[in-house]
Design a protein around this ligand. Structure first.
Ligand code: ZN
Length: 168
């Protein structure tokens, strides 16, 4: 990707998707009664919207083109449309919600990291690097939350009806 405006148009779409995903996940946590994770997701939604706006403003970019669906150049597996889910199941539990969030952050990171390595445009490279670093922080943050909940669930008494672990 060699054009900063084209790059930013993709970033707008990715961040919009991220914010939407976090809002949906936050709503699902409210029904699940998980206040801490709900608050975390809401904060991440705000960050998604703010980070992009700040980056665009700081760069002095004003003319981010509105692209048609065919004009986007998403690498395989990263296009937000491919992940246009049917909506989060209202019965989703906290571990699944965190896993969905982590998946989104990893895709975002991969998208920016690949562009940072492959672009010949210095402006795009700087910004893609910065965005990739931001997404790497989000991945690390999600992994922390996942670790926290994994510890909690492993201290619960084992379900006697489940299969023994490690046997196929
Ligand atoms: Zn992110």
């Amino acid at each position: 990707m060699e054009d900063i405006n084209l790059f930013l148009a993709h970033a707008v779409e990715l961040e919009r998707e991220a914010a939407r995903r976090y809002e949906e996940l936050a709503d699902s946590m409210r029904t699940d009664g998980n206040v801490a994770v709900e608050a975390f997701f809401r904060q991440m939604a705000v960050f998604s919207r703010k980070h992009l706006a700040l980056a665009v403003e700081r760069g002095g970019f004003r003319q981010i083109p509105a692209l048609t669906a065919e004009a986007y150049q998403w690498p395989d597996g990263i296009s937000p449309e491919q992940f246009d889910w049917i909506g989060v199941d209202c019965m989703i539990d906290v571990n699944n919600a965190l896993a969905i969030a982590l998946d989104g952050e990893r895709r975002g990171h991969a998208f920016y990291a690949v562009i940072a390595c492959s672009t010949g445009d210095p402006e795009v490279r700087v910004m893609a690097r910065e965005f990739a670093a931001e997404e790497a922080e989000h991945v690390a943050e999600l992994e922390k939350w996942i670790g926290r909940y994994a510890t909690q669930s492993s201290t619960r008494p084992a379900d006697p009806t489940s299969e023994p672990a490690g046997r196929a």
